[in-house]
Design a protein around this ligand. Structure first.
Ligand SMILES: [Zn+2]
Length: 233
């Protein structure tokens, strides 16, 4: 297949997304496959003649990955059967939002042909993404996604930057001796001034370590006034 042979709708959608370099782009007959570079998560961009057809297509699950179905109707954006059904003008911003919700959450050093290599783990926080879209919440302004480590010694959550200090000071453990770490990703919600896990359940203050409490206090102190002003309008 040659580029010239692609159908017009595929070309018009492709031109909107091809400079998003967080993805590899594969053009197939009648659809576009975006492969998120870090996580290898697939985003399948399909095309429908109208909403009805899009909803029919959404029922056809192809396994892991995200389905986006582009319809010609203007100002369309909704979720159906877990698929995004949208007008092409929302395609780019949706792909940026998806990228914002794929978060690094740990690593493991593995042996491969005599070499030691680091394998990284990423998590797609689809539930939070939908929540953020519904409430028109902006990344960096209304919320931030942040990694926390659940300490195996005291059971408290420690923010990622304080893990080494916490393990040393509280438990005498040197993290340099560890070859793997897994984090949980939480949402710092500046609108509510609360912290939520990936399922949208609140993580209470007493569940955090001393260092994490300080970190959270600092984060909320800096950002909350901006959000409050925004919400008074
Ligand atoms: Zn601890």
């Amino acid at each position: 297949m040659k580029y010239d042979e692609l159908n017009e709708r595929v070309k018009k959608a492709y031109v909107r997304v091809r400079n998003l370099d967080d993805y590899y782009w594969n053009l197939e007959d009648g659809r576009i496959i975006g492969i998120h570079k870090k996580s290898e998560l697939n985003v399948r961009i399909k095309f429908a003649a109208n909403r009805e057809e899009a909803e029919k297509i959404s029922k056809n699950k192809e396994g892991e990955g995200i389905d986006i179905i582009v319809v010609p109707e203007k100002n369309t954006f909704y979720l159906y059967n877990g698929a995004f059904i949208l007008s092409s003008k929302f395609l780019r911003s949706t792909l940026i939002d998806i990228n914002d919700h794929i978060i690094w959450h740990g690593f493991k050093v593995i042996e491969d042909k005599g070499k030691l290599i680091q394998e990284d783990f990423y998590e797609y926080l689809g539930g939070l993404l939908i929540n953020h879209l519904r409430n028109s919440m902006l990344n960096g302004q209304d919320y931030l996604l942040w990694q926390f480590y659940k300490c195996e010694e005291c059971g408290k959550y420690v923010d990622i930057d304080s893990v080494a200090r916490h393990m040393k000071r509280e438990h005498g453990i040197d993290v340099a001796n560890r070859s793997e770490e897994i984090y949980e990703v939480f949402e710092l919600n500046f609108v509510k001034g609360k912290i939520f896990n990936k399922f949208g359940k609140e993580v209470k203050e007493e569940q955090f370590s001393r260092e994490a409490k300080e970190f959270i206090k600092e984060m909320f102190k800096n950002v909350t006034p901006v959000s409050e002003e925004e919400f008074e309008e």
